[in-house]
Design a protein around this ligand. Structure first.
Ligand code: ADP
Length: 244
């Protein structure tokens, strides 16, 4: 008999239950940095395919909440589940695998590897998952094309504008077909027109691939362009508009 891998999806739930289940769930999450309390009982559920803005004043805990959802930060207390897996029960290796397969992360400045071309940056997550190079680069070109930057495939990040870098970063986040895309101020470094274009392309590409999208933003226009706005204050959710 073959042993089940420890990070295989839960097999006890029916497919109908899995469809109804949230793609991400935070319950009563507390996180502090020294004496500074960043999350004080934060709770949130994100449905599959849902597009959520997380807003709130500076210092209200938005980035910390995103890092907890991404499995980058282990909160001091509370539960974080992604695709039905309780992150606190996974060891580091299993959490990293779940993150690579199920979560795409987009940060403010793209965070591309400067020595790699656009196509190599986008192919990178697939190579980590042991895809072959030709297959990974073909998928990367496909996603660069979806994001409207296929002609820049051979360029290194230093030769790209801020908006182009973000498009490449979004392609990299989507290339593994994750269930959840997390973005922290993804358009915060862009001018207004470019920001609107990049946001629209991210929103549409995430939806087309069936991923839920959670965007931390202080920009009201970004929040208004998504389905739901969750407002944080002092580390707790104090508003939730447009939830299904
Ligand atoms: P936001 O994204 O809403 O601005 P953050 O999650 O970045 O909020 O921060 C919440 C609180 O935690 C703030 O008071 C911030 O100063 C503090 N904080 C965040 N990251 C750190 C850190 N690495 N070290 C110390 N304090 C931090």
């Amino acid at each position: 008999m073959t042993a089940q891998p420890t990070d295989s999806p839960a097999s006890s739930s029916t497919s109908a239950e899995r469809l109804a289940a949230p793609v991400a769930r935070l319950r009563d999450v507390h996180q502090s940095y020294g004496r500074s309390l960043a999350l004080a009982g934060a709770a949130l559920e994100v449905a599959p395919g849902e597009r959520v803005a997380v807003t709130g004043p500076s210092g209200s805990g938005k980035s910390t909440l995103l890092l907890c959802l991404a499995g980058v930060l282990r909160p001091q207390s509370g539960d974080v589940e992604v695709v039905g897996r309780d992150l606190s029960t996974l060891d580091d290796a299993a959490r990293t695998r779940l993150r690579r397969r199920e979560i795409g992360l987009v940060l403010q400045f793209g965070q591309l590897v400067p020595e790699l071309t656009a196509v190599q940056n986008v192919a990178f997550p697939l190579l980590l998952e042991s895809s072959g190079r030709a297959e990974a680069e073909a998928a990367a070109v496909h996603w660069l094309d979806r994001l409207g930057v296929a002609d820049l495939a051979g360029e290194r990040p230093g030769a790209l504008s801020g908006g182009e870098q973000q498009r490449v970063a979004i392609a990299r986040a989507l290339v593994t077909s994750p269930a959840l895309v997390l973005a922290d101020e993804p358009t915060g470094a862009l001018d207004t027109v470019t920001a609107e274009e990049v946001l629209a392309v991210m929103r549409d590409a995430a939806s087309a691939s069936g991923a839920a999208l959670v965007v931390v933003t202080h920009d009201n226009r970004v929040a208004a362009s998504l389905d739901r706005e969750v407002v944080l204050r002092d580390g707790r959710v104090v508003g939730d508009e447009g939830s299904r």
